[in-house]
Design a protein around this ligand. Structure first.
Ligand SMILES: C[S@@+](CC[C@H](N)C(=O)[O-])C[C@H]1O[C@@H](n2cnc3c(N)ncnc32)[C@H](O)[C@@H]1O
Length: 576
């Protein structure tokens, strides 16, 4: 059965514009991809110059095109016009690849049809019976469910699956794949992102490094937010019409069922840390006991918090701690970490990265995989300054600018390398936390300053010479805006380190920093944006899922400013 509401759903349960199933007549003839890369995706308005928005729809389309190109010559010769299968019809499909969106992409076995089938929870080599639930005619793909695994992929190992909800819950895509395979796949995501979305010629894209794995592949998520839906007709429960809806029974509490908007009940999520899993059980019980207080749906916050206790203090309260069912104790050598789960978004939580200590409101942004943060921050420390002596002949880099700083993760973990650091974040509460965290970690205000503002306003406050400055960028999924990028190129820091949870918008932005803003109509070449890519790799912050975090290190090339002027990039920035 196709899931309820599936007819309106696209990748990851996001809503697509309705596309009717095509008729037999319409399905004949050769295909065209219309509006490639130009359609509005799910990320809101398209940027004027930065056309890619990194949406799942856009990314999937590139992978569909690539798969068809790779098989098309062979199929072209044999293709006969044929209708697409009806909705809910079952067809046999062989999976050829995994898309960067995490779903398997396959083709029918019994015809030479050039329609690609997008089937979640499948791996290359799987042969499956797939039930069709939606065609995207112009885009040449159809969404389908895997209803029966006929022949398993050689890469698949179902004994690795740890969650009973895997293949229903939309949270994980890869539990059936060995971890090395997941990491190799994530490297291809980074490679394809730069190939498809940077607008750079291959010679300007370095060999992508191996994706760096997470020390924990389960039990890593320090934050989970399960939710439940309101009672039927709950939207009218606002009191305005005196209708207060009540729950007649406990609703499912968990995450979205893949491909639908329905919530499925998830008693336990093995991706969460032990403290978060304990918190989940406790919160589920609380909701059950207090259901009469709810009239609509809600999202529950589960956020791990750590208290570092000396071994001596631990010995004193050991018995109590070990008997407390809400506490997880971890031995950390000289210390013990007492882990609990916080559910009040305004309550403070503490997290350690090596010996750095970060305090944030439970509901505020902080990276969700604590186990990878020591490896990740060490990598940034090792790459933020020039490696080779050849590169370090210029002025010494002494200043750090941390754009999109949040509560100061990078400013604080990198501060020992710089004389001054300046963090900027649009969230005033994150900046309050960042100032507090700098103090907690012994960094004086003379060394690290933070300002609450839009990142594009940063350039009014910079006092450090560009040749002595490195800029860190870690924006939200949508990436940077044009104003920020133009001003960054105009300022011209010696180095840029760009961290991103969306490698597609990262590739787009780096394309500008390397190829130039005007590159879209002026061709490409080293120097037009003033930077070259020194290194690129992925970090696996979210094992078992299709996500990968990208880290790109850029260095300014000799003559970068002049080249930038030639192409109008810097002039535009200066005019603004
Ligand atoms: C992915 S988080 C990174 C935070 C931090 N670097 C960290 O790792 O903890 C992105 C941050 O960008 C901030 N942000 C979003 N839009 C912004 C803007 N236009 N200008 C400045 N900061 C922005 C958010 O408040 C958030 O803290």
């Amino acid at each position: 059965m196709a899931p309820p509401g599936a007819a309106n759903q696209g990748v990851n349960g996001k809503r697509y514009a309705e596309t009717p199933l095509r008729s037999e007549e319409e399905s004949r003839g050769s295909y065209k991809f219309k509006n490639k890369r130009m359609r509005k995706g799910h990320g809101g308005e398209q940027n004027q110059i930065l056309k890619t928005n990194g949406s799942n729809e856009e990314v999937l389309l590139e992978d569909v095109i690539a798969l068809l190109k790779s098989v098309n010559l062979e199929r072209e010769k044999k293709r006969v016009p044929e209708p697409l299968p009806e909705r809910l019809e079952e067809v046999e499909v062989t999976i050829h690849t995994i898309s960067s969106t995490g779903d398997g992409l396959g083709l029918r076995n019994d015809t030479n049809s050039d329609q690609v089938y997008v089937i979640p929870f499948t791996a290359p080599g799987d042969v499956v019976t797939a039930k069709i639930f939606k065609h995207f005619e112009q885009e040449k793909y159809s969404m389908a469910d895997n209803v029966k695994l006929l022949t398993p992929s050689p890469y698949r190992d179902d004994s690795l699956v740890k969650c009973q909800y895997f293949a229903s819950c939309s949270g994980c895509q890869f539990q059936m794949l060995p971890y090395n395979y997941q990491l190799a796949h994530k490297k291809t995501i980074v490679e394809k992102a730069y190939k498809n979305f940077s607008n750079l010629p291959p010679e300007l894209i370095p060999v992508i490094g191996d994706t760096i794995g997470s020390p924990l592949q389960y039990g890593y998520r320090t934050k989970l937010t399960p939710h439940f839906d309101g009672p039927p007709d709950a939207r009218r429960s606002d009191g305005r019409n005196n209708i207060i809806r009540k729950f007649e029974k406990l609703p499912p509490i968990g995450f979205m069922k893949k491909g639908t908007r329905a919530t499925i009940d998830i008693e336990d999520c093995p991706i969460g840390t032990d403290a978060v899993r304990i918190g989940n059980k406790r919160e589920r019980k609380r909701v059950k006991d207090e259901l009469h207080k709810y009239h609509k749906g809600a999202t529950l916050l589960l956020r791990e918090s750590t208290e570092r206790i000396s071994k001596a203090d631990y010995e004193v309260s050991k018995e109590d701690l070990e008997n407390d069912e809400n506490v997880v104790i971890e031995d950390r050598g000289d210390f013990v970490h007492k882990k609990t789960c916080v559910t009040n978004p305004n309550a403070q939580t503490t997290e350690y990265v090596d010996d750095f200590n970060f305090v944030n409101p439970a509901g505020a942004f902080f990276q969700n995989n604590n186990s990878i943060l020591p490896v990740f921050t060490q990598y940034i420390r090792e790459h933020i300054l020039p490696l080779s002596t050849l590169d370090s002949t210029g002025p010494k880099i002494k200043h750090l600018i941390d754009a999109y700083s949040g509560s100061g993760l990078f400013t604080i973990t990198l501060s020992s390398l710089f004389t001054t650091s300046l963090g900027i974040d649009i969230s005033a509460s994150s900046i309050t936390s960042a100032n507090n965290n700098a103090t907690i970690n012994g960094i004086p205000p003379t060394s690290a300053k933070f300002i609450a503002a839009d990142a594009a306003a940063l350039f009014n406050s910079i006092e450090s010479p560009p040749a002595e400055t490195v800029v860190m960028i870690d924006p939200p999924r949508k990436g940077c805006d044009e104003s920020f990028l133009k001003q960054l190129v105009g300022y011209g820091p010696a180095r840029i380190v760009y961290v991103s949870c969306n490698v597609h918008t990262q590739a787009r932005d780096i394309g500008v920093l390397v190829g130039g803003m005007k590159g879209v109509d002026g061709g490409f070449g080293v120097g037009k944006g003033g930077y070259e890519i020194e290194s690129l790799c992925g970090f696996d912050f979210f094992p078992q899922t299709g996500h990968v975090e990208g880290v790109a290190v850029l260095k300014r090339i000799a003559g970068g400013v002049e080249e930038g002027y030639k192409h109008g990039v810097v002039e535009d920035a200066v005019k603004e």
